[in-house]
Design a protein. Structure first.
Length: 374
């Protein structure tokens, strides 16, 4: 069984992908070509924002967003400690200080109740992560941010296509950032990402920063990076967008089906915990992640027993960012973010993609039962 099956998807859209790639090879504009502009229009429409700026990756987009906001040394950016390294890494790379705020145990997302206490006069942005495909609580986060006049950047690298109270991920705050790494809900065949905003000025800055801070050919009013998107990736994403909404629905349905099967298999037993989707949210389940017992090497043993049954698993993520050696200089210690630390010790992600069959899901669920109960 595949953890993520990209081959079934390719077979479904093969004709369209191949035709679009062929067309790029023939027109020869390999970087920021016409397909990139076409993609930006399509994605802005899909998300419901005025602007989309397509870029080289979901890491570069976080950097571009913070550069556009003028964040730098001496500034603080608030984020979740329970995320992929990029989120904290780009804050530090730009010279600012990552300030972590612990997560809610039921959603794995930044806890709005703890946010206000972390804000200081140096806070220049709040960067919540919409982890595992479910949006953070943006109404609550935006309200606090607005009171303090602080911009909000959504790290929606795992949640493209997700919905929050009728709106789409990446269109919920001042700037939305996403990744099209192959294994993300919308994936290219290489690195790619995109930024979203309704703000004309921020859109202009982000466009310039994407191309070395250039406003016209070889004229540079500001510093930027090489954050350009390959046209081939845009072409592939355009083909994938033809079926994306269908895949979003499939992801949501399959995630709910896993939960239903686990509830049946573990009726009345609280050995594992399944993801909770908040009313008003549609999760794209970038990961279907459960909590397993931690005691006596519980998770290591669980993963080994799953592997023995032919089921791949993964841990997203084994360390909270404040426990990463690279962030030791921030001065955090064990116990500072108890929920994040608790989850880092217990979470396991199971195979998840839009082409899972019911038989495969039942096989995964019974394998989990065997792995835990023998
Ligand atoms: C994948 C991911 C990123 C980085 O995206 P890339 O396109 O791989 O650079 C950033 N944040 C989160 C939460 C991610 O999952």
């Amino acid at each position: 069984m595949d953890f993520i099956d990209l081959k079934s998807q390719y077979r479904r859209i093969q004709a369209s992908v191949n035709a679009r790639i062929q067309s790029v090879l023939e027109h020869g504009q390999y970087v920021l070509g016409p397909e990139c502009t076409e993609l930006e229009t399509l994605l802005a429409n899909y998300v419901g924002t005025k602007h989309c700026v397509a870029a080289s990756s979901g890491t570069d987009t976080l950097l571009i967003a913070m550069m556009a906001l003028g964040i730098g040394p001496g500034d603080e950016v608030i984020t979740s400690p329970f995320t992929f390294i990029s989120t904290g890494e780009m804050i530090a790379l730009i010279g600012a200080k990552p300030v972590f705020v612990d997560i809610e145990p039921h959603t794995f997302n930044l806890d709005p109740a703890l946010l206000a206490a972390a804000i200081t006069p140096r806070t220049k942005a709040i960067m919540p992560v919409s982890l595992y495909g479910q949006c953070a609580d943006f109404d609550a986060i935006n309200a606090i941010a607005k009171k303090h006049g602080i911009p909000v950047i959504e790290d929606g690298a795992q949640s493209f296509g997700a919905r929050y109270k009728g709106k789409r991920s990446c269109g919920l705050s001042d700037i939305g950032s996403t990744s099209f790494f192959p294994s993300k809900p919308l994936g290219a065949y290489g690195d790619a990402g995109a930024l979203f905003t309704n703000d004309d000025h921020l859109a202009k800055l982000m466009r310039e920063i994407r191309v070395h801070g250039q406003d016209r050919r070889y004229h540079h009013p500001r510093l930027g990076i090489n954050g350009r998107l390959d046209t081939l990736q845009a072409a592939i994403l355009l083909a994938k967008m033809e079926i994306f909404e269908d895949e979003v629905q499939a992801r949501s349905r399959l995630g709910a089906r896993y939960t239903e099967l686990f509830n049946e298999a573990f009726a009345g037993q609280s050995i594992i915990k399944m993801p909770a989707i908040i009313d008003g949210n549609l999760s794209v389940y970038a990961q279907y992640t459960i909590e397993v017992p931690h005691e006596h090497e519980g998770r290591t043993q669980f993963e080994r027993r799953m592997k023995e049954q032919g089921i791949p698993t993964a841990v997203h993520y084994p360390l909270s960012l404040h426990q990463q050696p690279v962030f030791a200089n921030l001065g955090y210690k064990a116990g500072d973010f108890p929920v994040s630390e608790y989850m880092a010790a217990r979470v396991v992600s199971l195979p998840m993609h839009p082409y899972l069959t019911d038989t495969q899901q039942q096989h995964v669920v019974s394998a989990v039962r065997v792995a835990l109960l023998g």
